[in-house]
Design a protein around this ligand. Structure first.
Ligand code: UD1
Ligand code: UDP
Length: 371
């Protein structure tokens, strides 16, 4: 049996690492995985580093499609993915998350009647202004196997009337398998250094810095929001170091704006880091502040509070368990939430994201489906 896995953006490498590892360790003889990298992320620190560190097999194809508008990027990906799917003739196409790469992979496959499996199905922000929400709604609708990370995701799909029947007359399979990012955190955290070099290199002490990332379009493409966030971080940086491994998208915007650059000059801005360094930073920080999807969960995995600088989140269970605080993008709100929770002891509410065996469940379900 053969599957084509389609990845392209940083969080997808991390998610796919877990499933690829299960395939190569347990199913080498019964399942061939062809890996396609669309090229959406391409800097060494946004792409290659993850393949190397996490032992992800080299992609069989790299389409080199990036840095375009949504339509152009998705369109070019569709065309190239269709070509290679016709050549490879897989039994199934596997996609992850909610990026343009996810949407292009799912659409290309379903149009030529190759079943799609979607890992991280059922998530909703209910904000159709976000490119990610459009990508996930469409991807879910055309997928044959929907791997949900949480009961909330299942609930969302039920509310939308899932399961549906697809082109082959078969009903979609909606399964709650847990979160592959939890699998990754459990497996790879065993490999991080006890006294990580990154802390020494950045002269950071455990518990004495805030870890921050910002890259979502609703923040970076809106100057007012980005400015408010940076002002909040800059204020916080008067009392504690704020470390910001910066996505190139945000880096380019800050660099080209004198005012934003000046505000950001009080922060410890570094290049994006690899997964191991990122885990080390999460484990050692005081608190996480982010607009990332993945990082919100990783903060929880490593028992850190998270301030989410967005107006809504797909990972609503974290907010309900009071470990994640939605701050939006208003300077005063962000600062006051930080002041409220930064010295609070983390209260654990285990088990929100499965048992660490999500990837195994994904592979077993795929084998059963195509077998
Ligand atoms: C994409 C996803 C987003 C996800 C994020 C993960 C979509 C619509 N968005 O957003 O959901 O949270 O990835 O990080 O798919 N760039 C570089 N070098 C790189 C990668 C990007 O310079 O290695 C630049 C591109 O040239 C572009 C900008 O960053 O100008 C945005 O990249 P793009 O892939 O379009 O979207 P992301 O913001 O990365
Ligand atoms: N990440 C990383 N290095 C960084 C920033 C993030 O390894 O410099 C990891 C992070 O730990 C998480 C994933 O990238 O596993 C999240 O990806 P990102 O924030 O880019 O996308 P999102 O989850 O928002 O779609």
């Amino acid at each position: 049996m053969k599957i084509v896995t389609i990845v392209g953006a940083r969080p997808q490498f991390i998610k796919a690492a877990t499933v690829s590892r299960v395939i190569s360790v347990h199913h080498k003889d019964d399942l061939k995985e062809v890996i396609v990298h669309t090229g959406q992320h391409f800097d060494e620190k946004m792409s290659e580093i993850f393949f190397k560190e996490m032992d992800i097999p080299e992609p069989d194809y790299n389409l080199g499609i990036n840095s375009m508008s949504h339509g152009a990027m998705t369109g070019q990906m569709l065309e190239k993915i269709e070509e290679l799917l016709l050549r490879e003739k897989p039994d199934l196409t596997l996609v992850y998350g909610d990026t343009n790469t996810t949407l292009a992979g799912a659409l290309a496959a379903v149009k030529i009647h190759i079943p799609v499996a979607h890992v991280e199905a059922g998530l909703r922000s209910f904000n159709m202004h976000m490119p990610e929400e459009i990508n996930r709604v469409v991807t879910d609708r055309v997928s044959s196997l929907l791997f949900c990370p949480t009961p909330m995701a299942i609930k969302n799909l039920k509310a939308e009337g899932y399961p549906n029947r697809l082109y082959d007359g078969k009903e979609q399979k909606v399964l709650c398998v847990g979160d592959v990012m939890y699998d990754a955190a459990l497996f790879y955290s065993g490999r991080v250094q006890k006294e990580p070099d990154i802390l020494k290199d950045l002269k950071l002490k455990k518990g004495e810095f805030v870890l921050c990332t910002i890259h979502r379009s609703e923040n970076t493409d809106n100057r007012d929001r980005l400015k408010e966030i940076l002002l909040a971080l800059s204020h916080i940086s008067k009392s504690i170091e704020v470390v910001l491994p910066l996505h190139p998208r945000t880096g380019k915007i800050i660099d080209s704006d004198v005012v934003l650059k000046d505000i950001a000059s009080t922060l410890k801005i570094i290049e994006p880091v690899g997964y191991f360094d990122m885990i080390s930073l999460i484990m050692s920080c005081q608190i996480v502040m982010t607009d990332s999807g993945g990082l919100q969960k990783e903060a929880y995995f490593f028992k850190k509070y998270c301030i989410t600088m967005r107006d809504e989140t797909e990972w609503i269970e974290l907010v309900e368990h009071s470990v994640n605080f939605l701050a939006g993008a208003k300077r005063d709100t962000i600062i006051s939430i930080y002041e409220n929770i930064s010295s609070r002891e983390f209260v654990d509410s285990n088990g929100l994201y499965g048992d660490g065996k999500a990837a195994e469940k994904v592979v077993e379900s795929i084998l059963k489906y195509v077998g």
